[in-house]
Each structure stands twice: as C-alpha cells, then as structure tokens.
Design a protein. Structure first.
Length: 273
C-alpha cells in the first residue's frame, strides 16, 4: 500500500492518539467556509468559476504547543464548460478535492512554528499531480503590524520535490490592536519550486510545475470584519503551469485576478496550509 493511502486512513487520528497520554485540558474545535472565483492553488487554477472550500478541525494542548488535525474540501458549485478547468473532469458540480492534515504548532514569543503532514485527495485527474502527500514546516513572526512568513513543503509521495513560499502581510488599519476585530491588510507572496517539475530520469513521476525556479508572485488586499474576510488577488504567473486558464493550449495568462470570501468560527490556530 502506498504511503499516501496509509496516511489517508490513519493521518487525521494518528498524531492525537500518539500523544493522548499527555493531553492538556486546552482542546478546541473550529471550522471555516470560503467562496472563491476561481479556485487557485499555488498559482495554479485548479477549478474555474465558483468554488467553495469547507474545513473542520480540532486539537489539544501538548508540550507547550498544540497538536491539531482537520479535513479540508473544495466543492465545485457550477457546471464547467468543456474548455474550463476542473478536478472532476466533467461538467457536473460536486466534490473536487478532499484533503486531511495534521500538525504540531508552538509559539516562542512573537515567533510561531508549525511542523506537519498533509495529504491531497483529488477526485479526478486535473492540472498538476493527483493524490499525493507532503511534509511541511511553517514559521511566522508577529512584528506589530507586519507578519512575515516562510512555508516549506516537501512532497514525499507522487511528486517528490520542494516548494517554498515567502510572504509578508501588513495591517494598514487594525482595531482594536493587537487582536483586531476589523482590519485592512495588504500582502505579497512569492514562491519557488525545486524538483516538482517533470523528471527525465523518472518519467512516470507526477509534477506540479513545468520547470525549476520561480512559480508566481501573488499580491492581495483584504478587508477583515470578524468572522469574515474578503480578499482580492492579483497573481503574476511565471511558471507555464500557473499561466493556464483553460484546457485549450492557447488559453494562457501572465496575470490572473481572483477573489475569495471566507468565514471562520472558533479558530485558534492556522488550518490547512
């Protein structure tokens, strides 16, 4: 049995069970719902038109931090035309992706660190890799109104390669500070790929991108009124895979604009990376 298949059954429950003997009383549950047009993952448009993402998660305190796990799903809401992108591979709406993740996170003053595992479950072959799994490490620093973050993902299953995101978000307006109920934010993210492109030595290996190097740069502006957050994104696509906007080979764009609206309840820690 492949690693990702084992992880699919054991992943959401394995880490909590492993540490159950040292669970603190500080448990939590939460969830979020997001509507996006289109669904963009790492600069790659996976599903055109209207999509909704739903997530449920829970966790508990352990060794000064938190062990968490959750499920994340993308549901394609509209009928896709023959030339439009879809994880379902057809024109009917439905569940296009179902992921699980598990991680341990801990804060050291203003520094928050996370180590985890995520499994991606796509319902049908789409752009990029099919079902696969990644290990990840995320570090974020809270510097008053600035929030730099570095996220590193290493695929250990179907793709076998490294993907890195570096981002900076800044709060232009935040009230009340430092835990605002309303805020206006701007952000920038740039991403790089090493090894998640097609391999001449292993032609059967899946790939997410077309070449090594910079994949895309994402600029966004966001309005936060808890529990809602509205974002508008302008993505500068650099890798050929990130430029695809339709199945037709001539439908590519160096720049993409997309929006998403999310609502989160009982969130104490970051969900799906």
């Amino acid at each position: 049995m492949r690693f990702s298949n084992i992880g699919w059954w054991l992943g959401p429950w394995f880490l909590p069970a492993l540490f159950s003997a040292r669970v603190s009383a500080q448990g939590y549950v939460g969830g979020s719902v997001t509507v996006s047009v289109p669904y963009v993952w790492r600069g790659i448009e996976r599903a055109s038109d209207v999509n909704t993402q739903a997530e449920v998660y829970g966790g508990f305190g352990f060794a000064g931090g938190y062990v968490s796990s959750g499920l994340w799903a993308n549901i394609e809401l509209s009928h896709q035309h023959a030339s439009e992108l879809s994880d379902l591979g057809g024109d009917a709406p439905g569940l296009g992706e179902l992921d699980w993740w598990a991680h341990y996170s801990r804060s050291f003053g203003r520094l928050q660190t996370t180590l985890g595992l995520i499994h991606y479950g796509h319902r049908a072959a789409g752009v990029g890799a099919d079902n696969t799994a990644e290990l990840y490490a995320i570090t974020q620093i809270h510097l008053h109104q600035f929030f730099p973050k570095l996220a590193i993902f290493y695929d250990v299953d179907e793709v076998v390669g490294l993907y890195v995101e570096a981002s900076l978000e800044a709060a232009l307006i935040a009230n009340p500070y430092p835990k605002p109920k309303a805020a206006a934010l701007v952000g920038v993210q740039t991403a790089f790929n090493w090894g998640q492109e097609p391999s001449a030595q292993h032609p059967q290996q899946q790939s997410n991108f077309a070449r090594t190097g910079s994949t895309h740069t994402d600029l966004w502006i966001a309005a936060l009124v808890r529990p809602f957050r509205l974002e508008g994104h302008l993505t500068l696509n650099r890798d050929p895979r990130t430029r695809i906007v339709a199945i037709a080979p001539d439908r590519v764009r160096p720049v993409r604009f997309w929006v998403e609206l999310s609502a989160t309840v009982l969130m104490r820690h970051r969900g799906r990376p």
